[in-house]
Ligand binder design. Structure first.
Ligand code: XMP
Length: 431
């Protein structure tokens, strides 16, 4: 292992992730653990050079103020405490200002860490770890083409080559060009063992006539698992399932003192249904680090810097019962808005932007004739954590251009509207 590590022990702070990110930004790797980790468990972790006790408002559990195992204080590993009076340790800070000077002094002078946290070292460490863990066994990955699964695939291809099998399920609800790009990048350029499943008819048939958003989501999730299971059961000798779990998924699903912040609504249920061991090489990375890792592995920018996209895909943007023609119109208008945002230099500047189509028509006029067609609605928002969001303030000239293109290039559309609602009251998606 190349990287030195600083452990953060959660003693009730809500700023554990912020602190971990700050330490990593200073060049040293850091992970967050529950307060009651034992010294034996600490010793099993690689290259631990220092421990930070991170106290905070959630430090009372079952009516008692929590502390770390006493051996942590006598282990010989330097300890720094933020907001934790009980600590008989090297350095105590009685406030929660993680100022750079205090941190740098502790990390580099007291603990003697090197600033060796970078993506090159992360990748070579992960490859070594995965080779050790997996040996010559076989691994399966559901490769959606999203950032996380793409980076997992690229890492595993480097680590174990053809012992990785990727399954890409095209459910017909992906954005324009996405299934083709998965085949191009992973199947052709990286030479992955890729199984491409065209399940478009199967999904759209199952969804036909279903109006209720929750039912649509459930059908998409369940069908995905079924298709994946069917394909997986045709393969022999697979022992591991790779997943694109990232650090916020783990931190947010609760340390011992923090309640789950947000429930995740990904297409779930795979690990419970199948008896695989899990490989999760990104489980200690924050999202921007996952992107940096993908970039380092040579994945294309439009894959690595892709905006968030819901698991049920365009299925929740073709409102009400999905029809093929309206789905196609959502896909085409989405491609146009992405292209125009890119041309206007807004890629990466606006957090999320997309189009959706409701299931009603309105009267318009095209080529001097009555046109009874759908409206396209533009949604463009900025947010930090997707829990609240504000609308992006766009230039009229850009909106004019997008409107002109959508109404002339997308079949069946005669109007374009712009959604002005922040979250709350609107959610980002409409379904
Ligand atoms: P809402 O609509 O809840 O969306 O304001 C917040 C963010 O989550 C994305 N989203 C999903 N992501 N699976 C996902 O992985 C889903 O089922 C899902 N639904 C919404 C949404 O695009 C936005 O970025």
């Amino acid at each position: 292992m190349k990287q030195d590590m600083i452990l953060i022990l959660d003693l009730g702070s809500s700023e554990n992730s912020a602190l971990a990110r700050k330490i990593r930004a200073l060049g040293t790797y850091s992970e967050i653990y529950p307060h009651d980790i034992t010294i034996d468990e600490v010793k099993k972790l690689p290259n631990v050079k220092g421990i930070i006790l991170n106290g905070g408002e959630n430090n009372i559990v079952d009516g008692l103020k929590i502390d770390v195992c006493p051996e942590i204080y006598n282990s010989g590993i330097p300890v720094l405490a933020f907001n934790h009076d009980a600590a008989p340790c090297n350095i105590k800070i009685e406030n929660n200002s993680y100022d750079d000077d205090t941190l740098k002094k502790f990390i580099f002078d007291t603990c003697g860490c090197e600033a060796n946290w970078n993506m090159k070292n992360f990748i070579s460490d992960q490859i070594e770890l995965m080779r050790k863990e997996i040996g010559d066994k076989k691994v399966l990955l559901a490769l959606s083409g999203g950032v996380d699964s793409s980076v997992v695939a690229a890492l595993l291809i480097k680590a174990i080559g053809n012992n990785l099998t990727c399954i890409h399920v095209n459910h017909g609800l992906l954005r324009k060009g996405e299934p083709e790009q998965v085949v191009e990048v992973f199947g052709k350029e990286l030479g992955a063992n890729l199984i491409y499943i065209d399940a478009v008819d199967r999904f759209l048939d199952k969804l036909a006539g279903v109006e209720d958003p929750e039912k649509k989501r459930k059908i998409i999730g369940a069908e995905f698992i079924e298709v994946f299971n069917e394909e997986a059961s045709k393969l022999n000798g697979i022992e591991f399932l790779a997943q694109g779990t990232i650090y916020p998924d783990i931190v947010e699903s609760g340390t011992k003192t923090v309640k789950a912040v947000k429930s995740h609504h990904n297409v779930g249920g795979l690990p419970e249904k199948m008896s695989f061991k899990l490989v999760e090489p990104l489980k200690f990375l924050f999202k921007d680090e996952v992107r940096a890792c993908g970039k380092e592995l040579g994945l294309p920018d439009n894959m690595v810097y892709r905006q968030p996209f819901p698991g049920p895909g365009l299925g929740v943007r073709c409102l009400g019962a999905i029809t093929r023609d309206r789905l196609e119109a959502v896909r085409e208008s989405d491609a146009i808005i992405r292209e125009e945002f890119k041309n206007a230099g807004l890629e990466g500047k606006v957090w999320q932007y997309f189009t959706l189509i409701p299931d009603f028509k309105s009267v318009g006029v095209k080529n001097n004739a009555r046109a009874f067609e759908w409206p396209v609605i533009i949604r463009a928002v900025n947010t930090v954590d997707a829990m609240t969001a504000e609308i992006a303030h766009l230039d009229w000239a850009l909106l004019d251009k997008i409107t002109a293109r959508i109404t002339s290039e997308v079949k069946g559309v005669n109007r374009v509207c712009f959604d002005l609602s922040p979250k709350p009251t609107g959610t980002i998606e409409w379904e």
